[in-house]
Design a protein around this ligand. Sequence first.
Ligand code: FES
Length: 114
Amino acid sequence: MAKNRIICTENEVDYLSIRKAMTAGARTVDELVELAGVCTECEGCKSELNAILSSVCGCKNVSLEAVVIAVKNGADTVEKVGEATGAGTGVDEETGEPCGKCKGLIQNIIDLGR
Ligand code: FES
């Protein structure tokens, strides 16, 4: 998973704040404005927000679209989404421990169906 860094330089919104907003239900740039406070106009917002929004699991390179499809096809637990897509099954490269940083977002996608 990517290390934390500032994405929105105008409002100093970092990567983890954006991921937290996604875990709280943000799926669009407009929702990130509301939930994370991004500006949408700075170079970081313009170049990175859409890529961040479209990715669920950085460890396994699993997209939001793939997870939504898995949920629509019946994966109704984080474990089932992991079996279907690999999302949430990554291993922390530094520690060798299971990562699981995206599991909150996966659960939110299950809860919202999007
Ligand atoms: S981001 Fe590490 S398991 Fe998904």
